[in-house]
Design a protein around this ligand. Structure first.
Ligand code: COA
Length: 375
């Protein structure tokens, strides 16, 4: 019997130069830079550039990069028509899965595998995914779609397209920090999905479409939405401990807790938590933080399991005014950068990803004819 590592737990499958997760020192670096420092000193656009190009941009390089991103924000009439034809009861993650695939259909260079064409496709998706999310939100809310505004930065423009206004700079900073923290995390399930698809020499749009499907699951990106449903279910901080004890005794998986790699805390949580605290002071909604603290303390005491990034990110987005079902799509807005960096890295050093499985089904047997089989 070969050694089987269920869920590829603890298995190294390749090397990467994009990011390093260091659970032993609770640290995460993108291209060598600690993510906390990037969150404090850089915009999301600078981090996208870093992930794709390997270096932070100079002022001139950033201006040029931003110009390209801004020039791509408008959806084609055909893409907008697709969004309008999707039933409004759909989850926006399913909308993104369809729209990403359709944007691929619209791109005549879909099979152009040059590094230049793939970077251009990645910037197109970075620019158009927020427009698609906001357009679907407005349709669902029976409001007019607001076109992108190229005079605004990436995060400001997203708020503008969703709500018709740009919030205070404190909110924009907290949002930008969340995007930076969500941007990249080595061989997580969705990134690995993108790399598997890429390894067959398929195209970037197919790889991102598959990655969106993987991210949607509540054990992965979908957890940020489940965290908020949980906080609402708990209702108030005084019920947090009792709720958690019951959930644990019912053997429930508590959303926003635990991690495959980090077992003593998620390196991204302290930064996000400090911005969630800022949001709760800024909006006067201290309740969500109080409930979160009660749950966190009980989980730590009972199971020694720590929160992951989704735990503080969920309530932060809620306090910013987003509907819960927009949380995982916002994660996509950010992780498109990490996914496409990995897709380009996989393409540059490709080997088909094709693991083995140990068969433990029925022994070999003879096929009977239909008339011989009795039910
Ligand atoms: N709630 C309750 N128990 C949890 C838990 C959680 N969120 N996360 C881990 N555990 C428990 C497991 O039940 C298991 O206990 P056992 O040994 O008694 O069976 C133990 O901790 C080890 O967990 P395991 O499932 O082996 O960890 P994993 O590496 O396979 O799973 C996750 C990692 C992320 C899938 C898991 O922690 C989880 O489901 N978390 C909730 C979803 C979530 O927040 N996802 C976002 C991740 S960034």
């Amino acid at each position: 019997m070969p050694e089987i590592r269920k869920g590829l737990d603890g298995v190294f499958v390749d090397t990467t130069t994009i990011s390093k997760v260091m659970p032993e020192i609770n640290s995460l670096v993108y291209r060598g830079y600690p993510v906390q420092d990037l969150a404090e000193h850089c915009s999301f656009e600078e981090v996208a550039y870093l992930l794709w190009k390997g270096e932070l941009p100079s002022a001139e390089e950033l201006i040029a990069f931003n110009e390209v991103e801004k020039s791509k924000r408008v959806l084609s009439p055909a893409t907008l028509e697709v969004i309008k034809n999707i039933p409004t009861h759909s989850h926006p993650m399913d909308v993104l899965r369809t729209v990403t695939s359709f944007i691929g259909n619209m791109d005549e260079r879909i099979w152009d595998d040059s590094a230049e064409a793939n970077l251009d496709k990645a910037i197109t998706l970075m620019a158009q995914i927020p427009t698609a999310i906001a357009a679907f939100k407005r349709l669902k809310d029976k409001q007019e779609i607001i076109p992108p505004d190229t005079s605004k930065g990436f995060s400001e423009n997203f708020f503008h397209m969703c709500f018709g206004e740009v919030p205070a700079k404190e909110v924009i900073k907290a949002f930008d920090v969340s995007l930076i923290l969500y941007a990249e995390h080595s061989f997580n399930a969705s990134t690995f999905t993108a790399r598997v698809i890429t390894s067959t020499t398929s195209d970037l749009y197919s790889a991102v479409t598959g990655a969106i499907g993987a991210l949607k699951g509540p054990l992965h990106g979908g957890a940020n939405e489940q965290v908020m449903y949980m906080l609402k279910e708990v209702g108030e901080a005084s019920k947090g401990e009792e709720w958690m004890l019951k959930a644990l005794s019912d053997k429930r998986k508590i959303m926003g807790f635990g991690h495959r790699v980090y077992k003593r805390g998620d390196s991204r949580v302290p930064t996000m938590k400090s911005y969630t605290q800022k949001m709760s002071k800024f909006t006067g909604q201290e309740k969500w933080l109080d409930i979160s603290n009660a749950l966190e303390e009980t989980m730590k005491r009972e199971k020694n399991i720590y929160p992951n990034l989704d735990f503080p990110a969920g309530p932060a987005y809620y306090m910013m005014g987003f509907e819960i079902e927009m949380f995982t799509p916002i994660f996509v807005m950010s992780r498109i950068t990490g996914w496409s960096a990995h897709i380009m890295e996989q393409k540059a050093h490709n080997k088909l990803i094709r693991p083995l499985s140990e068969y433990n089904g029925m022994g070999e047997r003879k096929v009977s004819t239909l008339s011989e089989r009795v039910s």
